[in-house]
Design a protein around this ligand. Structure first.
Ligand code: CP3
Length: 329
């Protein structure tokens, strides 16, 4: 690859008119659970932009029902877990299940997308990291303070461990199945782990993320370790594993890269709301990242988190062109 690869988290989704049109007819879960529709949505951004990777259209919460935790996406409110895990006895009743069967629709979609994608475009599979998944299962939805999650960790450490170990096993099996189905890289989303301080990360989250990366070492595909708000302990994220560390905009990318070590590839780290800034401001921010990286191989251009629904499509094209042009010269 003689140019910096670029793709975006949430590159499929509501900022695209063609996605919103499908969402009039189908719920988010219907789109995810139907391999033809999931394939169509995965490919939508690729038709518009010269992206270097596709990410399979799915959601980190899809494995939950197979473990025994049902949920829905409530309109405008995000995910709602029907019976959040509030007691050790609820955790004791969970089971690993058969992720290869209960998530077959994702694996089928991966096979279909792979057949349609040009060879040079990589297909990325993904799963949620144990801490982030547990936070949804315990809080019942998104949380600002993660009060219940942290109380479970501190007050019921054994139940926490049981829950995390179930999530590790499900995630390893699910990601291995995605790779077997055709995913050429997998990303582990630990979106909310930055809510933990370094010591708690080391004790309550890191061992489980490490187990996942360790189990994927023999898989011969790159693994991307995504987190936000973790600039305080990037070294630990690196130690937990991943071929690529994905960092957010709260730290300049060259400093992040020094911290994780230049033997590791890096992904990031544009501020998602910069896409709503005037074109010159956006371009300056994109160029700042590329200048900080300074042509060092191993940079994947991305956002520090996902697109918001308000993202203008012109900004997306502008970034892709800017990254490719700059890094080609
Ligand atoms: O294009 C892609 O990035 C692939 C598809 C994808 C979705 N979810 C589809 C989706 C991916 C990679 C995810 C990951 C995901 N899901 C994460 C980790 C990444 C992150 O953003 O931190 C998380 C935390 C979730 C859980 C989730 N799903 C939330 C909190 C929400 C509601 C918030 C929101 O943006 O509305 C969802 C819904 C969801 N998942 C949408 C999409 C496209 C929203 C669109 C819709 O309702 O149609």
């Amino acid at each position: 690859m003689d140019r910096t690869p670029v793709w975006f988290m949430r590159q499929a989704g509501r900022y695209l008119k063609e996605y919103r049109e499908l969402r009039v007819k189908y719920s988010l879960l219907e789109l995810c659970r139907n391999p033809e529709l999931a394939t169509e949505v995965t490919l939508q951004p690729l038709r518009r932009f010269d992206l270097d990777a596709a990410i399979i259209f799915a959601d980190i919460l899809l494995p939950l029902p197979g473990i025994g935790v049902d949920f829905e996406f409530a309109a405008g409110e995000g995910p709602k877990i029907h019976r959040p895990l509030r007691s050790p006895s609820q955790i004791a009743s969970l089971a690993v299940g058969e992720p290869e069967d209960s998530l077959r629709f994702v694996l089928e979609a991966i096979g279909m997308v792979r057949r349609e994608l040009p060879r040079q475009v990589a297909l990325i599979g993904f799963a949620g990291a144990p801490f982030t998944l547990a936070s949804y299962m315990i809080e019942g939805g998104y949380s600002r303070s993660f009060l219940r999650t942290k109380k479970m960790m501190y007050l019921h450490p054994n139940s926490w461990r049981v829950l995390m170990e179930i999530l590790v096993e499900v995630t390893v099996r699910y990601l291995k199945a995605q790779i077997a189905a055709g995913a050429q890289a997998v990303q582990l989303f630990d979106s909310w782990v930055g809510a933990l301080g370094a010591d708690d990360y080391r004790q309550y989250a890191m061992p489980y993320s490490s187990m996942i990366f360790e189990s994927l070492k023999d898989q011969s595909v790159p693994t991307i370790h995504f987190s936000t708000g973790t600039a305080g302990y990037l070294e630990l994220l690196k130690e937990a594993g991943g071929t690529v560390q994905s960092v957010d905009w709260r730290i300049p990318i060259h400093l992040a890269w020094e911290r994780v070590g230049t033997d590791t590839a890096i992904q990031g780290n544009l501020e998602p709301i910069a896409l709503m800034a005037p074109p010159d401001v956006l371009e300056r921010k994109v160029l700042d990242i590329l200048k900080q990286v300074d042509g060092r191989p191993g940079h994947i251009f991305n956002l520090g988190h996902g697109f918001l629904p308000q993202t203008p499509v012109e900004s997306v094209s502008a970034i892709v062109e800017c990254v490719h042009e700059y890094s080609h010269s």
